[in-house]
Design a protein around this ligand. Sequence first.
Ligand SMILES: [Zn+2]
Length: 336
Amino acid sequence: MFVFASLFISLPLVAFCGTGSVWEYTGIHGPSHWHEEYPDCAGVMQSPVAISSEKATYDVSLLQFGFKGFSELVDANMTMKNNGHTVQVDIVDTSLRTHGGGVTGGYKPVQFHFHWGADNSKGSEHVIDNHHYPMEMHIVHYSDRFQKIEDAIDKPDGLLVLGFFFQIGPHNIHFAEVFNYLENVAHKDEIIEIPPVVMERLVPIDLIHYYRYRGSLTTPPCYESVVWTVFTQPIKISNEQMNDFRNKIKKTTVNDTNEEDLVDDFRPLQQLNGRNVYSSFLTQKSSTQAPSSQTVQSINVVCKHLHDDTNNAIITNLSLFLISISILTSGFTCGN
Ligand SMILES: [Zn+2]
């Protein structure tokens, strides 16, 4: 039964890793050569990108996400695997759904995985205001418009990826439920079934503040099919938990004589090439979209952001001015 399940879930892995041609994060098969075997990697909508809070455009349509089933133990099998490029947890046969967040329709989460550095100064794929985090997690979803991820993986908006940064802090008991199994997947191609986890406990409390742009898979075949969501609030884990990735996970198989640590599995930053990055919130020097496109619902969100941001005492005079104009032109006032 377990063998069958493993074979079944290996399909998305094949699609993501593009088996058949070797790719690496360094050397002759490194990122600057990926396009030779995977032409999409030379596209103009590639990921990851550097995000500037100053240049991001505030978009009032970027509402809160809804996460169906994330607060319960998932009714799914979870399988952790070392594929030589990352540690990936596959979520198989789940009823979990993500919707809202300014995307059309529902998206089904299928796996989450990690990118990390050899030390705390690097590791994240996305960079915000030139800040690199030691690790980034991607929760990969595909659109309900498709029957399976293989159909969605190369289609515009076929995938939704939620990106979360990590920073060093106290021991994280919720992630420990996942990280406890790292030593079981120390070597490439090792795989283990893990007990299901409550997804909500893995993500930060603040899911309102995020950036949005159109981009790609950050690994070959680099399809430009991803609606990217990068959350601003980092997840905290201890230095010991972070070091477990660096010390326990190898990019070599159990049979390889020269054991090599799996570290620095992040792609270099890609050019925006004129793409906009949008923010779900007013940044210090936000530009905004035209108020005429705003709806009653959007105004409610503006009001909520006004409330949140006021609590955080980070709202600027410019932001207050823009919100006032938005509300006046729409004829609505903020409720509680
Ligand atoms: Zn990733």
